[in-house]
Write a protein that binds this ligand. Structure first.
Ligand SMILES: [Mg+2]
Length: 453
């Protein structure tokens, strides 16, 4: 990507031109903003040690807890180090060969998380829906906020114009409207960048588009400190000559396969017969990459945590099918899981349990609350019912679904007699549909990015 030297100004790309830019509008379109914190770990290190600024330095993943770092892998490095050939995931020895003066710092996730939370609190104020996808990236759906701003602006303009005898024609009104949208979106995005720079001391690359995938490609387009806005009408022009690997999820292997098919740009991907892509990559991925190339993906911005989970499991000291014994072990596991939930500041909607039988058959049962929960009791109260479901007949299971605030039950491997016949060797609890409690300070733990692993 375009990772040149650190720019001291914001590079703004408005993908529009005077003819087509005015002919369509953001009206009725989603406005999705992707924010990427530039060189995040090294920038955090510069915040606490400003002497590092302008120098080649790297953040190292290492098992050495103290003293000089002699072994490890580069997690991330400053732009100055990148220019000298240092890369993420490079072994430390190779990094030092490329840059003997490289300054090293240990990865400090709790510290980076505390900075990430500050940024997230800023982004909350700018978004209708906020989805954090990693410690340094987030999507904002700002449609309602920005559409509301245009209405205010229009009302103010109407009030100013009330003394005029001639009103603008409909075509002129649309042109003014589109112009005001573009300006508003630009001002809005610049304001996000400036606020993060001022209050957190960090540079961002920001992309604005009507879909998530294009917003992400746009934020990657200019780094560092870039802003790229892609008008809905300009999506085909914007994507036309970009390499296919700009699409998130297309890695080296898919890129090579596509190259063998004569497809190297997103424009070429968009004009390929979708059936050919389905034959080569399967229904799901074939259609997905084609839709993104066409600018047609409809993925929603989802609040952070809706698609992640926390789980824990425990191998029993002896295999058993005694329900009381299992409940006691589940109780101990609940303590451990609940501590992690609290530390991370999550609320949850779904509680699930897993049994691994002596013959290694795995069964799961889960239930979801109507509303997000945050107490230990909400987990522990759900477990006896879930365990009971391994015994239940279909009619009993349906009855339990009526329980006041629980809306859905999901099970895998529902054979009802399996449990009785096959004792259990391992148990697990999984909670999902997580959201972050507003304003919760994260003290410890992994980033949500690491939770995906
Ligand atoms: Mg980043």
């Amino acid at each position: 990507m375009n990772s040149g030297s650190a720019a001291d100004f914001t590079q703004i790309n408005q993908f529009t031109n005077s003819s087509s830019g005015q002919s369509d509008s953001w009206n009725n379109k989603r406005i999705v903003i992707h924010v990427d914190l530039n060189s995040f770990y090294p920038s955090c290190e510069e915040l606490r040690l400003p002497l590092l600024m302008g120098k080649p330095h790297a953040v190292i993943m290492t098992h050495e807890e103290q003293g000089r770092i002699t072994k490890g892998v580069v997690a991330s490095c400053s732009y100055e180090a990148k220019k000298l050939g240092v890369k993420s995931a490079m072994p430390l020895t190779s990094a030092l060969k490329a840059c003997p003066d490289l300054i090293l710092n240990r990865v400090d996730i709790p510290y980076y998380l505390s900075i990430s939370e500050k940024v997230l609190n800023i982004l909350h104020d700018y978004s209708d829906i906020l989805e954090q996808t990693s410690i340094d990236e987030a999507y904002l759906d700002c449609s309602k906020k920005i559409h509301a701003l245009t209405i205010h602006k229009d009302q103010a303009r109407d009030a100013d114009d009330s003394s005029l005898t001639t009103r603008p024609s409909k075509i002129e009104s649309n042109a003014i409207n589109n112009l005001s949208y573009s300006h508003l979106i630009e001002d809005f995005a610049i304001s996000i960048k400036n606020k993060i720079k001022k209050e957190c001391g960090l540079l961002t690359s920001v992309g604005v588009a009507s879909t998530k995938s294009i917003a992400k490609i746009a934020s990657d387009f200019r780094k560092p400190d870039g802003l790229t806005i892609v008008l809905p009408t300009e999506i085909p022009n914007f994507l036309q000559n970009l390499e296919v690997e700009r699409i998130s999820g297309i890695g080296t292997i898919t890129r090579r396969s596509l190259k063998l098919m004569g497809i190297e740009t997103i424009g070429q991907l968009a004009t390929t017969d979708v059936q050919i892509l389905v034959q080569r990559f399967g229904n799901k991925y074939g259609i997905r990459m084609w839709k993104i190339a066409k600018g047609l993906d409809e993925d929603l911005v989802q609040p952070r945590g809706e698609h992640i989970s926390l789980s824990t499991e425990y191998t029993l000291p002896a295999i058993t099918n005694d329900q009381e014994t299992l409940l006691a072990h589940f109780n101990a596991l609940t303590d451990e899981l609940f501590r992690r939930i609290q530390r991370k500041g999550y609320r949850f909607r779904t509680v699930g349990i897993k049994l691994v039988h002596a013959d290694f058959v795995v069964e799961t049962r889960e239930r979801s609350y109507l509303r997000h929960q945050e107490t230990r009791q909400s987990i522990s109260n759900a477990i006896p019912g879930l365990l009971q479901k391994f015994y239940s007949t279909t009619s009993e299971r349906q009855e339990m679904q009526v329980v006041t605030d629980i809306i859905e039950d999901k099970s895998s491997n529902c054979s009802t007699d399996l449990f009785v016949n096959a004792p259990v060797r391992k148990i697990g609890i999984r909670i999902s549909n997580l959201i972050l409690k507003r304003g919760s300070g994260l003290e410890d733990g992994q980033s949500s990015m690491l939770d995906y692993l």
